[in-house]
Design a protein around this ligand. Structure first.
Ligand SMILES: *Cc1c(COP(=O)(O)O)cnc(C)c1O
Length: 457
């Protein structure tokens, strides 16, 4: 049925790999709102951010005019260990669905950490090392970011302290051991190590933690320990910047074969993989050079885009981070247990939030049992065992392909397959045993989350 002149897998040559990250903000007409100092409500300056973040990363965070940041040689060399990532033509899935749609996915799971997060982890660790720091602190939810960061730190000889959301720490002991193999220290959060951890434990004894809380603990440790800074695996604009290698490679691979996507789909937790995948395409769209339909997919349990508010909010439960204007459910919103741990963050990257508010992209939310159905269907025909987070994108790609089947349209669909799900077998087990449930937060629950939003005047 399909024309197989396009190979199953398109790999770029090493020499064709992107040499610079693309800063989409430079081409945006409406720039994302600046980070604000939570006390003064004034835009954060580099000096304000310096106690928490690495200098070079602050420069990247605050820059919305420089279109390209050259990728340092050392980072390029690290990328070459696991990149370029393949762009796969999903011939087998197309066949299974009997769709005229042409489906492509960019697979980011071909490294030990199993996700795209390594793309930013190595960049952040590199700049910390270059600044002469001893180590970095961070939080991890599902564990992918902590794993990626521990790999990057091991490579560069930096110390790495990870605060892992307690429920994941207990549910995913193997993730924890991978991090320790790479030399990181892993502490379940909330912990007694920090003031914010002790406060949260006193207020909510027995809590299994949240990403926002783990962030607060990691930030506190970074500011207390000399020679340490805090690094973050998603949400911030610098992270999205590093993740543009995904989109730049995907676009170069498609251009090589004269293929242009009609629809681009990605799962959205904090927004970094989606932002990175769409960046070069969105740049063309903003400049009027091409048009693409772009869809963010989020879980129904944590619907930041589809049911959130576009407002200034704290990035963390402890309210120690700057305020960011983003689509948010409120920093105190604790989503119901879902197995896509990487999509549980209450807010969304500020750049994507602005693009969504400008109606340059769409968003949908999906129930988790549907996501796992799609994951299984995908695994059986394409072979890759997808992460639950990534499977959100698979679900919507399949839905769009099935729409094409009805209408007979031969649309080209590109989606981001962010990682593998080997550490998520507990979730797959629940699905297979018919014990997985769906949960849609009520308006009252969301209202409670919004009540945590800072009053802006
Ligand atoms: C962390 C993670 C995500 C979500 O994070 P984004 O910043 O939204 O990209 C998606 N997929 C996988 C596999 C992850 O590890």
């Amino acid at each position: 049925m399909a024309n197989k002149e396009i190979p199953y897998k398109i790999y770029l040559e090493e020499s064709e790999m992107p040499k610079a990250w693309y800063n989409l903000r430079a081409d945006m007409i409406n720039k994302p709102a600046p980070l604000l100092n939570a006390q003064t409500r004034k835009p954060m300056t580099a000096e304000d951010l310096a106690p928490v973040f690495c200098d070079e990363l602050i420069t990247q965070e605050l820059d919305d005019t420089t279109p390209y940041f050259p990728i340092p040689e050392e980072i390029l060399n690290f990328y070459k260990m696991y990149r370029p990532a393949p762009l796969v033509r999903a011939y087998c899935l197309e066949e299974k669905l009997q769709t005229p749609a042409k489906i492509y996915y960019k697979f980011e799971g071909n490294n030990t950490s199993g996700s795209h997060k390594l793309n930013s982890a190595i960049a952040q660790a590199y700049y910390a090392k270059k600044q002469g720091l001893t180590g970095v602190t961070t939080e991890t939810g599902a564990g992918q970011w902590g794993t990626a960061l521990s790999m990057a730190c091991a490579y560069l000889g930096l110390d790495c302290k990870v605060y892992m959301v307690k429920v994941s720490y207990e549910q995913k002991p193997f993730r924890r051991e991978v991090m320790r193999t790479y030399g990181a220290s892993v502490t379940p959060s909330p912990s007694m190590d920090t003031e914010v951890g002790r406060k949260i434990l006193a207020e909510h004894p027995g809590t299994t933690g949240s990403l926002g809380c783990a962030i607060s603990e990691a930030v506190e440790m970074a500011t207390k320990l000399p020679g340490y800074r805090y690094v973050l695996g998603s949400v911030l604009n610098q992270v999205m910047l590093h993740q543009t290698v995904i989109g730049l490679e995907a676009k170069a691979a498609m251009d090589k074969y004269g293929v242009k996507p009609d629809i681009i789909i990605g799962c959205a937790g904090g927004g970094s993989n989606l932002g990175g995948l769409i960046a070069p395409f969105m740049g063309e769209k903003i400049k009027g050079e091409a048009d693409y339909r772009i869809i963010a997919v989020e879980p129904e349990t944590c619907p930041s885009f589809t049911r959130g508010k576009y407002a200034y909010d704290y990035c963390d439960t402890g309210m120690v981070c700057p305020l960011a204007k983003m689509y948010t459910l409120g920093s105190g919103f604790i989503p119901a247990g879902t197995h896509a741990g990487g999509l549980r963050y209450h807010g969304m990257n500020p750049t994507l939030s602005q693009l969504y508010d400008d109606k340059l992209m769409e968003a949908v939310s999906v129930p988790q049992t549907e996501v796992f159905k799609a994951a299984e269907e995908f695994a059986r025909v394409e072979g890759i065992l997808p992460a639950p987070e990534s499977s959100h994108a698979i679900k919507v790609a399949i839905d769009e392909a099935l729409k094409c089947k009805e209408t007979g349209e031969e649309k080209t669909i590109l989606f981001g397959l962010t990682g593998t799900g080997y550490f998520d077998m507990y979730a797959y087990e629940k699905f297979h045993d018919g014990k997985m449930t769906d949960y849609i937060p009520t308006d009252e629950e969301l209202q409670k989350g919004f009540s945590y939003l800072p009053k802006m005047d």
